[in-house]
Design a protein around this ligand. Structure first.
Ligand SMILES: O=C(O)CCC(=O)C(=O)O
Length: 259
């Protein structure tokens, strides 16, 4: 299931929507061009390097393992270029088709998996980390460079979003929702391609077996406007409004306090 997109807008076909509903994900090949990715990756490299250096003094901070895997969150507040990027018309088209007319950035983070990172990032649903109301939001995993089986791309278990939320166990490597034998399928992505998946879809990533390449992903998650924590009722404020009534609602940099 793939489509090549030229120009700035994205129209999701009925076939792609049916795939999302049944399988829980859609692959968008070549959604962004090489130059766009070079610019975005150049900005994120600096943030990743900073947090990796801080991590090295600690060794591990829950799912962050020095020299192996590093998650750096809330990047959109640190760079107006990045915030502008996550509000791009392509994301307006994708998020409003899948989630509805009013969409907001729920969370953004880079995930860099360094050469010879030896551990799986284990099977989980994104809701296993933080519960949300409504439950359904959209995770966009964008390849800043080629993501391959060798360098530790994302794997999915198609259709598992239909199970609803399942219990997770907390481990040293992260929250885990599945210990069985199903391997799932790898989602290899060329630089600038993206997989968008349901927040309940079981997914993981495997070790980086490459000796030289850091696998670089930008995870951009969108929810409906007003999404909140089900226990506290607190509305999430991790990024700007992206769309209102199906149209772009982004008018320039929004600091965290104003979200
Ligand atoms: O990029 C990875 O290796 C794992 C990312 C992931 O599963 C997530 O952010 O939920």
């Amino acid at each position: 299931m793939s489509t090549v997109h030229a120009g700035k807008s994205v129209n999701i076909t009925e076939e792609q929507m049916q795939h999302y509903e049944e399988q829980g994900y859609i692959v968008f090949d070549s959604l962004f061009g090489a130059e766009e990715m070079d610019e975005i990756r150049g900005i994120i490299d600096g943030f990743d390097e900073e947090s990796e250096q801080a991590l090295r003094t600690k060794g591990q901070d829950f799912i962050n393992l020095a020299s192996q895997i590093n998650f750096t969150g809330n990047l959109n507040f640190r760079s107006s270029k990045l915030q502008h990027f996550i509000a791009d018309p392509r994301f307006v088209g994708i998020t409003t088709t899948i989630l509805g007319p009013d969409t907001k950035l729920y969370w953004d983070q880079s995930v860099y998996k360094r050469p010879e990172a030896s551990k799986d990032f284990p099977w989980h649903q994104d809701n296993g980390y933080v519960p949300t109301d409504p439950v359904h939001y959209l995770t966009c995993w964008l390849a800043l460079d080629d993501a391959t089986v060798e360098n530790g791309c994302i794997w999915v278990q198609p259709g598992t979003h239909r199970k609803g939320f399942v219990p997770h166990i907390k481990t040293d490597l992260g929250w885990i929702c599945y210990y069985g034998d199903i391997e799932g399928i790898p989602v290899e992505l060329k630089k600038g391609s993206m997989v968008a998946f349901h927040s309940l879809l079981f997914h993981r990533s495997t070790p980086n077996l490459s000796k030289t390449q850091t696998r670089k992903g930008y995870v951009i998650q969108y929810s409906v406007d007003g999404s909140k924590h089900p226990d506290t009722g607190e509305v999430f404020r991790n990024g700007p409004l992206i769309a209102k009534d199906g149209k772009s609602a982004y008018a320039g940099f929004v600091p965290k306090e104003s979200c």
